[in-house]
Design a protein. Structure first.
Length: 138
């Protein structure tokens, strides 16, 4: 409680490793309800952890990050949303098809997988990731 009470603004990475902090954060937020005081990051769904005793309802907002988009992977900006809101849906004429499209899709969008240089290493990483998720979450 003392550690959390002394924090004005904080980012706590991998918070699922210290679920005992959550009740202290809840108490601190109840006492000082300024939005955005705590940024909690992690690779696990807090609500599925066995040691989390409270839902933190009305005190927490969850943002799920998706894998990288192809435009992000190749370092190219995208204007899709801007064009969509401007009702200008005509995009570029460049399309990826065939083997190139298959290669891009199979590479995926997880930075950890993309860091593997070969298709074989990406496949091993993906299988390991899937096994870990299924073993832990199911």
């Amino acid at each position: 409680m003392g550690f959390v009470r002394g924090l004005d603004w904080a980012t706590i990475d991998e918070v699922q490793r210290a679920p005992e902090l959550l009740l202290a954060i809840k108490k601190t937020v109840d006492e000082d309800y300024r939005l955005g005081r705590f940024l909690l990051t992690g690779s696990a769904n807090l609500m599925t952890l066995p040691r989390v005793a409270d839902s933190l309802a009305s005190r927490i907002e969850t943002l799920r990050l998706l894998p990288l988009a192809h435009a992000e992977i190749i370092g190219q900006g995208t204007s899709f949303l801007e064009r969509l809101f401007a009702a200008e849906l005509q995009g570029t004429r460049e399309v990826t098809i065939g083997d190139d499209l298959v290669r891009i899709v199979l590479a995926g969008g997880f930075p950890e997988a993309l860091a593997r240089e070969s298709e074989r290493r990406r496949h091993i990483w993906a299988r390991s990731w899937l096994t870990s998720v299924l073993t832990r979450d199911l």
